[in-house]
Design a protein around this ligand. Sequence first.
Ligand SMILES: Nc1ncnc2c1ncn2[C@@H]1O[C@H](COP(=O)(O)OP(=O)(O)OP(=O)(O)O)[C@@H](O)[C@H]1O
Ligand SMILES: [Mg+2]
Length: 305
Amino acid sequence: MPPPVISVSHLGKSYGSTVAVDDVCLEIHKGEIFGLIGPNGAGKTTTMECVEGLRKADRGTISVLGLDPRRDLAALQHRIGVQHQEAQLQKRIKVWEAIDLWSSLYPRVVDTEVLLARLGLEEKRNAKFMTLSGGQKQRLFIALAMIHDPEVLFLDELTTGLDPQARHAIWGLVKGIRERGKTVFLTTHLMEEAERLCDRVAIIDHGRLVEVGTPAELVERHCPERRVVFTSEGTDAAERLAGVPAVRSVVSEGCTHTLRGEGDDFVTHVINLIAREGIQVKGFRTEVPTLEDVFLKLTGHGVRD
Ligand SMILES: Nc1ncnc2c1ncn2[C@@H]1O[C@H](COP(=O)(O)OP(=O)(O)OP(=O)(O)O)[C@@H](O)[C@H]1O
Ligand SMILES: [Mg+2]
């Protein structure tokens, strides 16, 4: 296996008496979208900016593309692209002017026309920054972060404040970036975003890493329960399923029955049982736990608390 693109070992950083990051260890591999997820103040931006070389860690070691972000910052800046949380530009700067200005910072840049087209900004090339929508501003920041064709892209809270449509468009863009072989390190406090976009996630809370894995692994490991909810007018439907070993519990409210069990086969099992018992079903749905449930279970609170 090739060495990780980003390697963080025992990272620690405090601001006065506030411990922002506490003993964080991470490895991020080439071509993956890796998400650091956690609530406000969890230490995501601090961790990310230490990795980018923009903040100085108190403890630990960091390597990005084999470089030390503090010592080799100038070399690293040509190989990484950064989109900051709550970035701003001058209100009246035009899209093409911003692209031009950023291009002048690097010895080698991509074809900016291709970049603008890829990010759906061709028609906005003459628009002033202040007239762009939230999603367009974010796409411009991605464009600026990618102007020198970096190997690693850092995206801090990329879609916060965007509507679902703009968010989906940006997820598509980020997946396209991965398809071109880049590595993406992002932060988010949106569990749906992490689940849909990230190959692997790390959950951070109060500066400490709580878990690392693929979203599916974390759900399987911490919230293996599956639920089937069905409605049936037959009065004895629940009783007929209650004795089955795979069904851990049955709760009925009127005609609505909720069955709980574990494992990938559980839902198939219930469907077979319902068919075998000849139960008349009016409605049927399954409820599979999400990353949000994992987060709640591991941290004891919701991500927005
Ligand atoms: N420059 C700073 N000076 C003092 N304290 C800071 C500074 N930056 C961050 N902190 C504190 O460190 C902790 C972690 O902050 P950080 O910005 O890393 O969190 P975050 O996970 O990015 O949060 P958010 O989701 O709100 O962006 C918080 O308690 C914050 O108040
Ligand atoms: Mg932050």
